[in-house]
Design a protein around this ligand. Structure first.
Ligand code: FCB
Length: 460
């Protein structure tokens, strides 16, 4: 089969020009919004804290040629030393919530040894948020693993689920008084694919057998961790953040492309939460060992579906590509990462996830690599419109976390991509508001109005 052509660039007017997103009003909250809607920013410890030395990423980064421009996380955004100032930045955004993660390697530097000072630091960060009136969502595992655990086989090791459970138990024992919202694992589907299928991320394996074990390990770890948190905080609200792509056929007239797109959805988007819904860890993908493992603890382990939304993929059937599917970009405006911005996809994925799971939804990440700072305001507004439309359809969307507060260490892209509402000037570490800050604040105020609006009224 001939290589499918990229859609022509001539039809690239912008990223609002699709499916009702062409004309997003200045106030995107077209109807009433839930009173307690979470409006926040997201970060992860390894990407912002800096000075993290005991995890698998810090070891990986030290290898030549693996990170763009030879960068290492190093001081990152030095958030570790700037808690007060950065908390003030979050407050100034008008945010009422902040998603952050724990750095396991600092808190448990050796198996079973808890580092008192590191836990105090976590408590301090949460206390500052509390004083600022900002609700934390705490992620237990955002990709990085303590070296000692990585060396025993990481997420694919048989002991991994129990290790995560113990870590969750300790975190909840110490912190659950201040934290009601928990995210067990971040993007388990990405961690499995990059770590064990493509091999771009630690532990850099390409091994379907291990990939299946890693997938099962993350699910079991999630279920055990959720139960541990609930023991300390029965009213906790717990979920995981999955990376969802909007997968659509490249050629709508060509049935094999439909099948290929469905395969991407089935293989990448849904396996994690399907297992939570069914209480069965299932993997049925060509080239992978079949898994069919019941685990009762998965049932009821999540109170919400966490959705990280960044991209749509146009999928073509292509027997020369892995999984017989090749991924293509649509014609819309692209971010600095070369990723097409497609706000309509957020609404579509919210609909799909709601139909599939009937659980409340929280957008745990959404953002854009935009060094100019010029794209982000519109990006924010049109994605907020997607949230509002989902709410208007009766879909229980309960929050939105923008990625990210600050420019930070963007994994193998190092410091070449800038996702921050606040630009960080490296190495001075000065925080500089991008135009996204004013827009985020404006939207926060509009959201408050929309939350106070009686049901039945719309803004236009
Ligand atoms: C997501 C990751 C997050 C960040 C953003 C840009 O996939 O969860 O850590 O890298 O992408």
């Amino acid at each position: 089969m001939a290589t499918p052509a990229e859609p022509p660039d001539t039809a690239a007017p912008g990223f609002t020009d699709v499916e009702g997103f062409a004309d997003v009003p200045e106030n995107p909250f077209v109807g009433p919004m839930p009173a307690d809607f979470l409006w926040g920013v997201a970060t992860s410890a390894h990407q912002v804290d800096g000075h993290t030395v005991g995890n698998d990423w810090s070891r990986f980064e030290a290898q030549p040629g693996v990170i763009a421009e030879g960068a290492v996380s190093g001081p990152a955004a030095d958030h570790w030393n700037r808690l007060e100032d950065d908390t003030a930045l979050i407050r100034d955004l008008g945010a009422n919530a902040h998603r952050l993660s724990l750095e396991w390697s600092r808190l448990e530097p050796e198996p079973g040894r808890w580092d008192a000072a590191a836990w105090e630091h976590a408590e301090l960060e949460l206390a500052l948020l509390e004083q600022a009136g900002i609700a934390p969502m705490l992620t237990l595992l955002h990709f990085t693993l303590p070296l000692w655990l990585a060396d025993r086989g990481g997420i694919a090791a048989p002991e991994f689920p129990r290790r995560l459970e113990r870590f969750a138990n300790e975190a909840a024992r110490r912190l659950a008084g201040r934290v009601r919202l928990w995210c067990t694992v971040n993007e388990p589907n990405v961690q499995m694919v990059f770590g064990y299928v493509t091999g771009q991320w630690p532990p850099c394996r390409r091994d379907p057998e291990l990939a299946a074990r890693a997938f099962a390990g993350l699910l079991k770890g999630h279920a055990l961790a959720a139960a541990a948190v609930r023991r300390h905080r029965p009213d906790a609200r717990i979920g995981a953040a999955v990376h969802l792509v909007l997968a659509e056929p490249l050629r709508s007239w060509w049935p094999p492309d439909h099948l290929a797109a469905a395969q991407v959805r089935r293989g990448f988007n849904w396996p994690f939460y399907d297992a939570v819904r069914d209480g069965v860890i299932r993997l049925r993908l060509p080239g992978f060992p079949r898994l069919e493992e019941p685990m009762a603890e998965l049932l009821g382990s999540a109170d919400f579906v966490g959705i990280n939304y960044y991209r749509r993929n146009l999928v073509a059937f292509d027997p020369r590509s892995p999984g017989w599917a090749s991924l293509h970009q649509g014609p819309g405006l692209r971010s600095d990462a070369g990723v097409e911005m497609h706000p309509a996809g957020l609404l579509q994925l919210l609909r799909q996830a709601w139909r599939r799971y009937r659980l409340p939804l929280i957008v745990t990440e959404n953002g854009v690599a935009d060094a100019s700072g010029q794209l982000r305001p519109t990006y924010l507004r049109v994605h907020a419109h997607g949230l509002a439309r989902a709410v208007a359809e009766g879909i229980p969307v309960q929050g939105y976390f923008h990625w990210s507060l600050l420019d930070n260490f963007e994994w193998t892209d190092g410091y070449t991509l800038r996702f921050g509402l606040y630009r960080v000037d490296f190495p001075s570490q000065r925080r500089i508001a991008t135009p996204g800050v004013a827009e985020f604040r404006r939207l926060a105020a509009l959201l408050r109005d929309a939350a106070a609006r009686p049901a039945g009224l719309t803004s236009r």
